[in-house]
Design a protein around this ligand. Sequence first.
Ligand code: FES
Length: 501
Amino acid sequence: MKLCRVHIEPAGAETLVAAGTSLADIVASHGVDFPCGGQGRCGNCCVEILSGRVATDAGSQQLLVRKGLSPAKWALACRAQVVEDLTLRVPEREHPILTDASTFADGEESGCGVAIDLGSTTLVVQLVDLHTGRVLATASALNPQSRHGADIMSRIAFALCDRASAELLQRSVRQELGRLVEELAATGRLDEVRKVVIVGNSVMHHLFCGFDVAPLAAAPFQSPHNEACTFSSVALGWALPDCPVTFLPNLSHFVGSDILAGIEALRLHRSDKWQALIDLGTNGEIVIGSRRGIVCTSTAAGPAFEGVNISQGMRATTGAISGVDAETGAVRTVGGAAATGLCGSGLVDAVFYLLRQGRIDLTGTFTEALPGGRFPLTPAVALTQQDIQEYLLAQAAIATGFELLLHEMGLEASDLGRVYVAGGLGEAVDLAHASALGLLRGNLSRAGNTALRGAKRFLYDRLADEAEEIARLTSHFALESCPEFQDAYIAHLFLGGEDIL
Ligand code: FES
């Protein structure tokens, strides 16, 4: 077997790989994104070839040329293989990861617990002193499954290729979580761990636990496996004393234990007043609840908020436009770097800016002909008519889900005490702009990483039973079988938010 040396700049890392190895396998841990899951469609996994040569295909080369890059000097990492010694330069990108600093203790327990937020994009692991509630250490990383697609639908598609693909997704995330647990060892307290709680969306649940994701891919979307699953830390190979590792149950086929934990974190099930929790993503999850009951739904918003299907979309990493000044059009980028693309919060702001300045109308159509059909936000980043259309489709899905759930419960938005917006996008998006566009409405509040906060609470024996109680209190509203859905969705394909029903 021929071995090749691959040097990676600017990290200065070097690795020895077999000829034929995909560049994606080499650069995935260096922050390169794979939004289309390696299908050679998005062009976002470009790496620069400083020396050496790679094997690739004509389609990839054409895509690079369309992006204005020379195929002699650039490659799509997902479509190129090593054939000789190489030096690569990968874009330096930081992925901000939302953790949670809150403490909670009931003063009765001792030892330590580990809470894990297994997100589609990021993994966060916290070691907690159960007596004081103090977070002793936090470790985080990108979800290695991102190598096979940025959003959950592309993850499902990859898992369905064959059994080996599903096993690869399971193995890679279990190993990476094991590595993060090892990072916590510096505290000297790992031998006190007596419990691990994991929360995540239903796709992450199925992949981690080893359940078939096929039922999540097609109507009627009913998986027989939404239950909690407990593993042994030793069987997982994690550097912990033998203790249970429990992945909490899903609330329904597309509402996972990250939302269950969010309900716990916000105490929705104990609230006198109705409250809502929204998590914006490929599947927008919406929950409305109080001590009188909880109803949840999920709505297929598509991956626009993750930067997928947006011509210059990207995740919220260094160089992504994360905000646009509504008056001047000045952009703000992640890390303050030169703008190279647009992430979810930047997309919301860009659409708001265009509407406010009269550059688009309420249908999202440009009000004048633009060169190349593109509105430049910076010299390097532009928005197209199709991008605005993708945004509108995502907005309409969220707004329709929220409205129909309110309608189902006989409530008005004004009946809700607060509408909490969770997760990374919830932290970054301008809530006033999102409300003015019609994406969100009500008394909006940022909620932070409610999944991790709730997972920490579930480490306590006294609260562990609440997971069951919340699951019992929660019913699922199937948006897809709602007869009003189509009309409401079409009526929401406009900017400027108003009640439809
Ligand atoms: S083109 Fe490589 S991930 Fe999309």
